[in-house]
Design a protein around this ligand. Structure first.
Ligand code: NAP
Ligand code: GDD
Length: 353
C-alpha cells in the first residue's frame, strides 16, 4: 500500500498555513504543524481541522515549537522526518518590522536557516524538500516593471531585508548540499482569513461595520500605494506545485494586475452598494457616503511607514508555463467573498451579543 506523504508546516496557524493544510489533507497527506504557545488561543483558522490526540491514524497533528528556537526546530524535524517542509512562519507585517527589526530578522531570516541546517544536520538531503515563503516585498523600490524571477531585489523594510536573506540562504543550501529547496516569490494574497491589520481585511471589516452602523470612520495611511492582490487559496496551490517539480526552482506568483489602496476601498464600497464621493487629495483625502453624516474614510499619518513600497506588479509567466498554475479569483471575486464572509460573521456576532 502506498504510504501517505508527510508534510510539516511552520506557520500553520496563519492565513496561508490554514489553506495549505486543507489542500494537503485533500491530497491525502499527513499534515504536521508547528504552533507557538500563546496566552490565548491562536488556532482559530485551523480549529475545523483539529483532530483529538486520542484517535488512531490522525492526519492532522500539531507540535509546540518556535522558529526562533533551533533545538525545537531541529527536534521536530528529526521526530517527523517529513517529505516536505513548508516554511510559512514569519513576523509578516511590514510596518511592524520597523518596530521590531531584530526579532523580524531572527524569525524571518535566521528561521529559514534553522530549518535548512536541520535538514542538512540530520542528513535528510535526499528525503526532505523545502519551500521558502518569499515575497514581492523583496523587490521594494522596484527596478523593473513588472517584476519577474530575474528582477534584482531592493528591499525597503527590515521585513523585506530579512526575506532577501532567507531567499539567498535557500538557494545557497540548494547549490551547496543538493537539497530540494525552492523559493516562492508571492505577491500580496488575501482572503477572509487575512489578519485584521493588513489593509484589505482592515478595509473590508471597517466598511462592513460602517454599513451596519457599528463603526463611524476608517483611518488609513497611504492611499496611493499599488498592490497586485490575489486570493490565498490560489497561491497555496502554487506552493504545492513547486514542490512536485523534478527540479527545485524559484517562481513569481502574482495576478499581473494592480490597484491602489483607494481603488480597493472604492471596489468594497461598490460591493456594499454604498454611493461614495472623495474630497481633497493626499493626506487630506476624505470619503463620504450618501446617507452618512460624517466622513467614512480619512487619512491618519500614523499609518505611513518610514519607507514605502509604492508599486508592486508581478509577472508569473514562468509559473503558468512550468507549473501550469492557474488563477481562479480576480479582484472582484476576492472582494465579493471577503465582504460576504465579513457581513455574515458580523451579523453572527451581533446575534450572540
Ligand atoms: P500570517 O497570517 O501572518 O501567518 C504567519 C504564521 O507564522 C502564523 O502561523 C504565526 O503564528 C507564525 N509565526 C510567526 N512567528 C513565529 C515564530 N517565531 N515561530 C513559529 N511560528 C511563527 O502570514 P501569511 O499571510 O499566512 O503568510 C505566510 C508566509 O508567507 C509568511 O512568511 C509571509 O511573510 C509570507 N508572505 C505572505 C504574503 C501575503 O500576502 N500573505 C505574500 C508573500 C509572502 P501565530 O499565529 O502564533 O502568530
Ligand atoms: N496595513 C496597512 N494599514 N496598510 C495600509 C494602511 C493601513 O491602515 N493604509 C495604507 N496602507 C498601505 C501600506 O502602506 C501598503 O502600501 C499597502 O497598503 C499594503 O499594506 P499591507 O496590507 O500591510 O501589506 P504589505 O504589502 O505591506 O505586505 C503584505 O504583502 C507582502 C507581499 O508583498 C504582507 O502580507 C507581507 O507579509 C507580504 O510579504
Amino acid at each position: 500500500m502506498k504510504r501517505n506523504k508527510k508534510a510539516l508546516i511552520f506557520g500553520i496557524t496563519g492565513q496561508d498555513g490554514s489553506y495549505l493544510s486543507e489542500l494537503l489533507l485533500k491530497k491525502n497527506y499527513v499534515v504536521h504543524g508547528v504552533i507557538r504557545r500563546s496566552s490565548s488561543f491562536n488556532t482559530s483558522r485551523i480549529n475545523h481541522l483539529y483532530q483529538d490526540p486520542h484517535i488512531n491514524n490522525r492526519k492532522f497533528i500539531l507540535h509546540y515549537g518556535d522558529i526562533t528556537d533551533s533545538i525545537s526546530v531541529s527536534s521536530i524535524i528529526k521526530k517527523i522526518l517529513p517529505d516536505e517542509i513548508y516554511n510559512l512562519a514569519a513576523q509578516s507585517h511590514v510596518a511592524v518590522s520597523f518596530e521590531v527589526p531584530e526579532y523580524t530578522a531572527n524569525a524571518d531570516a535566521i528561521g529559514s536557516l534553522r530549518i535548512l541546517e536541520a535538514i542538512r544536520f540530520h542528513n535528510l538531503q535526499n528525503k526532505t524538500k523545502f519551500y521558502q515563503a518569499g515575497t514581492s516585498e523583496m523587490y521594494g523600490k522596484v527596478i523593473e516593471v513588472p517584476q519577474k524571477e530575474t528582477t534584482p531585489f531592493y528591499p525597503r523594510s527590515p521585513y523585506g531585508v530579512a526575506k532577501v536573506y532567507a531567499h539567498w540562504i535557500t538557494i545557497n543550501y540548494r547549490e551547496a548540499y543538493d537539497i530540494f529547496a525552492c523559493n516562492g516569490i508571492l505577491f500580496n494574497h488575501e482572503s477572509s482569513r487575512r489578519g485584521g491589520t493588513f489593509v484589505t481585511k482592515k478595509i473590508v471589516n471597517a466598511l462592513c461595520k460602517i454599513k451596519l452602523d457599528l463603526q463611524k470612520t476608517l483611518y488609513l495611511g497611504n492611499l496611493e500605494a499599488k498592490r497586485d492582490w490575489g486570493h490565498a487559496k490560489d497561491y497555496v496551490v502554487a506552493m504545492w506545485k513547486m514542490m512536485q517539480q523534478k527540479k527545485p526552482k524559484d517562481y513569481v506568483i502574482a495576478t499581473g494586475k494592480q490597484y491602489t489602496v483607494k481603488q480597493f476601498v472604492n471596489l468594497v464600497l461598490k460591493e456594499l452598494k454604498m454611493e461614495y464621493s472623495w474630497k481633497g487629495t493626499g493626506i487630506n483625502s476624505k470619503c463620504f457616503v450618501k446617507g452618512f453624516k460624517n466622513k467614512i474614510v480619512s487619512v491618519d499619518k500614523n499609518y505611513f511607514r518610514p519607507l514605502e513600497v509604492d508599486t508592486l506588479l508581478g509577472n508569473s509567466s514562468k509559473a503558468k508555463r512550468e507549473l501550469k498554475w492557474k488563477i481562479n479569483y480576480n479582484i472582484k471575486s476576492l472582494i465579493k467573498e471577503m465582504v460576504s464572509e465579513e457581513l455574515s460573521s458580523l451579523k453572527n456576532d451581533k446575534k450572540i451579543r
